[in-house]
Design a protein around this ligand. Sequence first.
Ligand code: AMP
Ligand code: MG
Length: 441
Amino acid sequence: MPLFGRKKKEPEVVVAEPEAPQLPPPPPTDERGWRSMEDHRDYLLDQVHQLPAFGQQILDALDLSICEDIESDVDLPGFDNSAMDGYAVHFGDTLGATEDAPVTLAVMGEIAAGDWSEEPLPPGTAIKIMTGAPIPPGADAVVPYEATDRGTEDVLVFAAAREGQHIRRRGEDVSAGDVMMRSGARVGARDVGLLAAIGVDKVMVRPRPRVVVLATGSELVEPGLALSNPAQLYDSNSYLLAAAARAEGAQVFRVGLVGDDAEAIKQAISDQLVRADLIITTGGVSQGDYDVVKAVMPELGLTDFCEVAMQPGKPQGFGLIGEDRVPMIMLPGNPVSAYISFEAFVRPVIRKMMGVEPLFRPQVRAIATHLLRSVPGKKQFARGLVTTDPAGRRSVTAVGGHGSHLVSSMARANALIVMDPDVDHVPAGSHVPVWMLDEVS
Ligand code: AMP
Ligand code: MG
């Protein structure tokens, strides 16, 4: 058979396997295989995004980050008006008036708040005027009731008026075109008032992230129910984290408890995906036989379990779960570990989603009132009570021990004492960095 007549061998077509989706490469680890707290935090922050802004009623925008510059369309006050109940006058007509030698002016009528007239005030007359009512053309001072006999036909004025007294001038507070709020600012109660005052009813803000909080552990019992054996304990984590997330402005769905059961955990998480911008779980991420979260979550999405060079809070998990890749942060179960992990990782993530700065707790310095010991090689977070003396100097005392189960001392603390991995002790009287937990930022 002629060579050229042979059927040519089909070139082999190599169909590339679609690459399995993966999380971005994790940060480097040290010789123990651990990450630094900062690296892990930045890794999580890189994988979450600001929520898109939408128009909200100003009251619902409270605590949220505004995504537009707000210019006033109006002057405030919008017109010259009276700051007192009294009489609008020409100040020149009251010159020389005293208790003993009052000036008499004819009263032309009355102007209440909301009345509007363009009729000028004739010289030698007065008109009764209420607080907030517009000053009639020509009038240039308001004489308060207290300096008159409160007359209705004629009024006796017992004191000379200064030009402009008790008149609030148009635009003295806000001029049309002034920028009232800048994009990125957080809406506070007084901003809500200002927005209303300039007639704005809705603003573009980043919404509250919907944060689902779920605790895992077969030993856990819902507060309010009876413990059925001495090895059970009340679930505090889901309440603690739900409260902490709500305090940051999140809309929290506290789902409560799931036992250490793979199917139950998968089901509970899958059920929550539709309504979550972020899922937080506690428990089940360390090395124990019942650490089911770590075992099952890879089936539901892309996950990353690691150890962080910090104490408490060493075992950490992160995932982008389900088709929508919902971020999920899986925290250790010890309540103090869970809370410190919240402060270190979850709070910055929530703030990033909300577009709120600063992402991190302000780190300030305080003087240690006593010797503080730390485990070298890990960033140590101790619970502290900071007091400030009248000169503004902060001192800090550790409360409770190092145990990550000590919830009562955590509740008494108002700060976290931060000791970097290279620190093994802080002598009494030295400065130590602290994160202030109760300061609003
Ligand atoms: P785990 O990380 O699941 O091994 O839990 C570590 C420790 O934290 C155990 O002593 C648990 O009983 C405790 N713990 C776990 N979850 C909670 C919770 N939701 N509330 C209070 N304590 C918990
Ligand atoms: Mg557990």
